[in-house]
Design a protein around this ligand. Structure first.
Ligand code: IPE
Ligand code: IPE
Ligand code: MG
Length: 253
């Protein structure tokens, strides 16, 4: 007897319009700690399960034709957590990267890390740079991981770099505009997200992509991150497709 694999929502659900999907989804993966707590388990269990959620979401983007996914993995503020949790997360990132690189290559994923990477441990940095270099020419989903990322820090760093260019006479003050400025952000070359999803019900941005989210549609779900599966993404996309993105102009109705 052959056992049938329960492939859930492998293809784009019929009630979604393939022409109106977001090209780029950003996710604030929140609620891992609460997920674990509800089960009487340590918070780190939630982080571990959260990795599986992210892996399937990345696959789902490929299956459904969404070309870019950005995930908030660690904020500049998350250093304020207990040392054991921070250590666990850093080790988890390193372990997952090492374990998944081959599969990401096979699936043609192009991975990029954004954030202040210089202060991460040398071993994590080397996994990060290896993964970015190995997948650089891949043409599948553009997967961006925000690690030690802070939106304010990104903007300040960008300003500093621009000021330096002006000081050295390489850039004219009057030439600075929005598109030049974007070239100084960590996300240079990545189009802005169309949809921001935050799990666990919190209605805030928590210093994520402050510049890039200017016109993103925001979707908040009470579902905790480890439980955010393809059905939840389906719901988020249905909601997104109901929205009228006006970008400051006058609407259709
Ligand atoms: C998000 O889950 C993961 C990270 C911030 C690394 P949390 O760890 O914030 O989970 P809650 O919000 O405490 O439930
Ligand atoms: C945001 O979640 C950061 C990440 C998901 C990596 P937090 O749990 O740190 O955010 P706050 O503290 O609730 O704003
Ligand atoms: Mg949280």
């Amino acid at each position: 007897m052959t056992v049938k694999e329960p492939i859930v929502l492998k293809d784009l659900p019929k009630d979604l319009d393939s022409n109106r999907l977001p090209k780029h989804i950003a996710v604030i993966m929140d609620g891992n700690g609460r997920w674990a707590k509800r089960r009487g388990r340590p918070r780190i269990m939630g982080h571990q399960r959260g990795v599986d959620t992210l892996k399937d979401l990345l696959r789902c983007c490929r299956d459904w034709g969404i070309s870019a996914l950005t995930a908030y993995a660690f904020s500049t503020e998350n250093w304020g957590r207990p040392l054991e949790e921070v250590d666990f997360l850093m080790t988890l990132f390193e372990r997952v990267l090492r374990r998944e690189l081959q599969e990401m290559m096979a699936e043609n994923v192009k991975i990029r890390f954004v954030g202040n990477l210089d202060v991460l441990s040398p071993s994590l940095q080397s996994e990060i740079f290896r993964a970015m270099a190995d997948t650089e020419n891949n043409t599948g989903v553009q997967f961006t991981v925000a690690t030690n990322y802070g939106g304010r820090q990104e903007i300040v760093e960008g300003c500093r770099a621009i000021a330096q260019q002006v000081q050295q006479g390489l850039l004219k003050l009057e030439d600075i505009n929005e598109s030049i400025f974007e070239g100084y952000l960590y996300t240079k070359g990545i189009p802005d997200p169309d949809l921001l999803i935050r799990t666990s019900g919190e209605m805030r941005i928590s210093n994520f992509l402050l510049w890039q989210l200017a016109y993103a549609e925001i979707y908040v779900t009470p579902t905790l991150w480890p439980d955010f599966d393809r059905h939840c993404l389906h719901k988020a996309l249905l909601d997104y497709q109901q929205r009228e993105r006006r970008f400051g102009k006058v609407g259709k109705t």
